[in-house]
Design a protein around this ligand. Structure first.
Ligand code: BF8
Ligand code: SF4
Length: 621
């Protein structure tokens, strides 16, 4: 069986030009490669221009992916508000009214449908704005907006930013690497404070704002005697319907008739995170486990939509009875069965799919079944709203206790550990070592994407993990609230929740008046996708330092490296750092947090020491 790990071994050594960003193939006078002997491409572009242009194209790709997902959801909200698809309803009216108020939409005395329609129209415009900055930017702290305006990086319409980026990187257009890189930050902001934020908000309105929920993670969640259906990809539209369909009594009875013990619906990648957060549906695995899920021989059907779905899946599935079904018209793969979603009645499509999976149960070959006996319990569902509620109950919901804990030093700071897995490094190793190191040092860890799944599989998303591994200060906070030391905030578009959490911290007061002042850092230890590049850029542009487990493809230009790793400090009060091992990364996180604490005048070492891991051990003795 050939999986990504074997295919990586079979790859020739990576091309240095590609790795360093020095290969340009954007016009047909090329491809051009920059060397000492040929320091310019045919058109005259030098290393700085070529590296910066390639980088901007990556950011545009990542922004496009997140934002197109956001657009699909806005269109869905519009149709739901118009009553065109009865299966989709506004499940969270409170979220709708709160979010609409954030955009200044009046909701008093108006039906939820009327408010939703106005909101959907306003958010659709976010994609199209030609001359005004995004309205969604106004959800950030005022000082943050001032920084973006001063630096001329406040994005206009999301689509316009992506198109402009492609235009500016066309042959013979924008050649000043600084100008090109500023556009990279501007485009990334249209993702984090545009497309991604919109996707998260609409998902909450349509499918419910997540709140703490129990579940399990790892391949062991697949049932030996149940029909196993795995949903994989990113958009929650169909998986939400599958969650309902798989619980339908008639469908359940059909599974029993087929000789199965029931139906197990499980997720891979960010679809997993979406339905875990809202329904507690178990997680079969992260990005690099998609092929392995098929290799268990126990999956009747795997549904794929967009992003991070490997084209190898049908090839792997040929060795088993597994049906790979693609569900998005913009994402087809040779060898899959493609279904067209019944837009008028998506629940009916979901039921047909579940029945087809049940029909396939009889084709399972017991001799080929090998489900690893691994799974860990977890608690997920930490939306910003849920965190506020946990801290203060319904009537005093607020971040005050969190801010106080940071000011007192019980929590040293907040780190967002996000992003993918990458077969070039040992799966989950960097993510999990770093996470343990940091919670031991009283850093509250927020997680999204496949990094969150890594923690789930390690058992770090259980509240008990605070007793086992957190420093005394963090442990005290977690125990008082009953929360894990690592909070699962959702899928990759839900990195916008990390920004939202930072904004709440600022709003609550006492830790500075923009995001760059709060003791917070982002880390993408095992990242691989263009989306991760966009996320990293909008974190930095939002004033949050970002540590990467391996560098961008920018090694070919010292100027580009200097701009991203140094000059951004002047622009945004944050920059990129590269740390290739988790211990050095943990030290750097602590260092960066302490510097921010120092500036806020709250870095009182004596108090903080009391909460350190070593002291905690002494106290325990
Ligand atoms: O968007 S963390 S491997 S699944 S890109 Fe992909 Fe990376 Fe996973 Fe979700 Ni995000
Ligand atoms: Fe070569 Fe310039 Fe064309 Fe790039 S744009 S391929 S550097 S000629």
């Amino acid at each position: 069986m050939e999986t990504c790990f074997a295919r990586l071994d079979a790859q020739p050594a990576s091309c240095r030009f590609g790795q360093e960003g020095l290969c340009c193939r954007i016009c047909y006078m090329g491809p051009c490669r920059i060397t000492n002997k040929s320091p310019r491409g045919v058109c005259g572009a030098d290393a700085d221009t070529i590296v910066a242009r390639n980088f901007l194209r990556e950011v545009a790709g990542g922004t496009a992916a997140h934002s197109d997902h956001g657009r699909h959801l806005v269109l869905l909200l519009k149709q739901a508000a118009e009553g065109k698809i009865p299966d989709y309803v506004i499940r969270d009216e409170r979220a709708l009214r709160r979010i609409a108020a954030g955009y200044g939409i009046k909701d008093k005395g108006r039906s939820k449908e009327a408010v939703a329609l106005e909101l959907a129209d306003l958010l659709l415009k976010e994609f199209m704005l030609q001359e005004e900055p995004l309205a969604t930017l106004r959800l950030s702290p005022a000082k943050q907006q001032a920084i973006w305006n001063n630096r001329a990086v406040a994005p206009l319409g999301i689509d316009r930013m992506v198109v402009e980026s492609l235009h500016r990187t066309h042959m013979g257009v924008d050649h000043d690497y600084r100008n090109v890189l500023l556009q990279a930050f501007r485009t990334a902001l249209a993702d984090g404070w545009g497309g991604s934020r919109i996707a998260t908000q609409i998902s909450d309105i349509l499918f419910g704002t997540p709140s703490p929920v129990r579940s399990d993670a790892n391949l062991g969640v697949l049932g030996k005697d149940t029909v196993n259906i795995v949903v994989h990809g990113h958009e929650p539209e169909l998986s939400e319907m599958l969650a309902i369909a798989s619980r339908d009594p008639e469908v359940q009875a059909y599974a029993k008739q087929a000789g199965a013990g029931g139906i197990t619906l499980a997720g891979i990648c960010c679809t997993a995170n979406e339905i875990l957060m809202r329904h507690g549906i178990p997680v079969a695995g992260s990005f690099l486990q998609q092929e392995l899920a098929v290799v268990t021989g126990a999956v009747e059907m795997m549904l794929v939509d967009v992003q991070c779905c490997m084209p190898s899946l049908p090839e792997i599935a040929r060795n088993y009875h597994t049906k790979i079904v693609s569900t998005a018209d913009i994402a087809k793969t040779v060898g899959t069965t493609h279904i067209i979603l019944n837009r008028d009645n998506p629940l009916a499509t979901a039921k047909v799919l579940v029945r087809r999976a049940i029909d396939n149960f009889k084709n399972r070959d017991p001799k080929k079944v090998a489900i690893p006996d691994v799974k860990k319990p977890l608690v997920a569902g930490f939306s910003v709203d849920a965190i506020k509620y946990m801290m203060g109950g319904r009537f005093r919901a607020s971040f005050r206790p969190l801010n106080d804990a940071v000011i007192q030093g019980r929590i040293r700071g907040i780190v967002g550990i996000v992003g993918c897995n990458n077969p070039r490094t040992r799966v989950d190793a960097f993510i999990n070592t770093l996470t343990r190191e940091l919670i031991g040092k009283n850093v509250l860890v927020l997680k999204t994407g496949c990094a969150a799944i890594a923690s789930a599989k390690e058992g770090m998303l259980r509240p008990e993990a605070a007793l086992e591994a957190a420093g005394a200060g963090l442990r005290e906070v977690c125990e008082a609230i009953g929360m894990p030391p690592v909070l699962h905030m959702g899928s990759c578009v839900d990195n916008s929740r990390v920004l939202e959490a930072g904004t709440e911290v600022v709003r609550e007061g006492g830790l500075g008046d923009n995001l760059s002042q709060i003791p917070a850092v982002g880390v993408a230890p095992e990242w691989m996708s263009e989306k991760a590049v966009a996320i990293a850029c909008y974190f930095v542009a939002s004033g949050i330092d970002v540590i990467l487990g391996h560098p961008f493809h920018i090694g070919g230009s010292e100027n580009v490296q200097r701009f991203l790793n140094e000059e951004t400090k002047e622009l945004f009060n944050a920059s990129f750092h590269v740390c290739e091992d988790p211990i050095t990364a943990a030290d750097l996180v602590i260092n960066l947090l302490d510097r921010k604490r120092e500036r806020l005048g709250i870095n009182r070492k004596a108090e903080r020491k009391l909460y350190d891991m070593e002291d905690r051990r002494k106290l325990d003795v």
